[in-house]
Design a binder for this molecule. Structure first.
Ligand code: PYC
Length: 331
């Protein structure tokens, strides 16, 4: 049996986005969070088939558009990635909104604005266009907060580290320069990946964050290594590790949100302050602290992230059950 998926492929700040414009399964659930659980239970083979080799690669990431659960909103997004079905994905949202608008898949009730349901909550979008092109997308993200401070881990290959955990739509282990970690370029990509797997495993042994309002969102999934900026005009640089072998080519929307929450909690950013974040490859998002709020009983912020995406082509993908690698593989 052959399943056909019509995709618009592209990238946001260098990281891949595969918008699955045709072939999404019908999902049950009274929220995008419940639909995410239904997808994981019944359709995860679509994610692995589209994201893993031979149809994808270590960094592959994307999502589906759904009608919103609440008709007051414009659309819903379900994210897929090599690491799973994320509660929220910033670079994915920027790409999916850009490609969806440019190809008429999203019809905004108010031009320039969208209300979007994602598993982590409802986000606001403001976008700019030039002719038929979407030139920028700003996401006003879900409440973001620091979940833990000063988790001590001893990591083979780099030694003792003190790690904080911050939420920006996913939970991030945040590693700042300290001890033997002197900066991203001193480590290099291969070591960042090797060490990140160890850091994530060590933090997971000590602490499991759980979202104050949605217990299905739990656990540290990503590691964010911070660094000073590399180029003029930027305020900081990062390497965000996800899946088992990926470094985000973009500055990572949820990672930037988590970093803004972390900096705001230390008094280093205030409401209204901007932060230009460079990725590992030095592409950029502009983050801003929009508002101070509470999440459950936690002090939190509402961050926004602005960036742009480029579609690179249409891709009609088959998943054929007679293919020995129909559901994908990882090495
Ligand atoms: O942009 O939020 C993001 C993201 C998550 C994982 C990769 N990118």
């Amino acid at each position: 049996m052959r399943h056909t998926f019509f995709c618009i492929d592209g990238h946001t700040a260098g990281n891949p986005v595969r918008l699955v414009a045709g072939g999404a399964p019908l999902l049950k659930g009274a929220s995008m969070s419940e639909r995410r659980q239904d997808f994981l239970a019944r359709f995860d083979w679509i994610r692995t088939g589209l994201c893993f080799e031979p149809r994808g690669h270590d960094m592959m990431s994307g999502g589906f558009l759904y009608p919103p659960v609440d008709p007051a909103n414009d659309i819903g997004i379900l994210f897929i990635e090599t690491s799973g079905c994320l509660p929220m994905c910033g670079h994915g949202t920027i790409g999916i909104i850009t490609f969806g608008l440019e190809h008429g898949l999203i019809q905004p009730a108010v031009p320039g604005r969208l209300k979007v349901e994602v598993p982590a909550g409802t986000i606001d979008i403001a976008y700019a266009t030039q002719g038929a092109k979407v030139t920028s997308v700003r996401i006003t993200n879900v409440p973001s907060y620091v979940a833990a401070r000063g988790i001590a881990v001893d990591i083979e290959g780099i030694g003792s580290l003190s790690v904080d955990v911050s939420y920006g739509g996913n939970y991030y282990a945040i590693v700042e320069p300290q001890g033997a970690y002197t900066g991203l370029d001193d480590l290099g990509a291969a070591r960042i990946i090797e060490l990140s797997n160890r850091v994530r495993a060590a933090v997971r042994e000590k602490f499991e964050p759980v979202h104050p309002l949605d217990p299905t969102i739990r656990g540290v999934s990503h590691v964010l290594w911070t660094d000073k900026p590399k180029h003029e005009g930027a305020d900081g640089r990062n390497a965000v590790f996800y899946g088992d072998k990926a470094i985000d080519r973009s500055p990572c929307g949820t990672g930037t949100s988590a970093r803004l929450a972390h900096l705001a909690a230390q008094g280093k950013l205030a409401v209204g302050d901007s932060f230009v974040h460079e990725s590992y490859i030095c592409s950029r998002f502009t983050g801003r602290v929009e508002q101070a709020v509470t999440l459950g009983d936690q002090p939190a912020i509402i961050p926004s992230i602005e960036g742009s995406a480029v579609a690179t082509g249409f891709n009609t993908i088959w998943i054929d059950r007679e293919d020995p690698f129909w559901s994908g593989f990882q090495v």
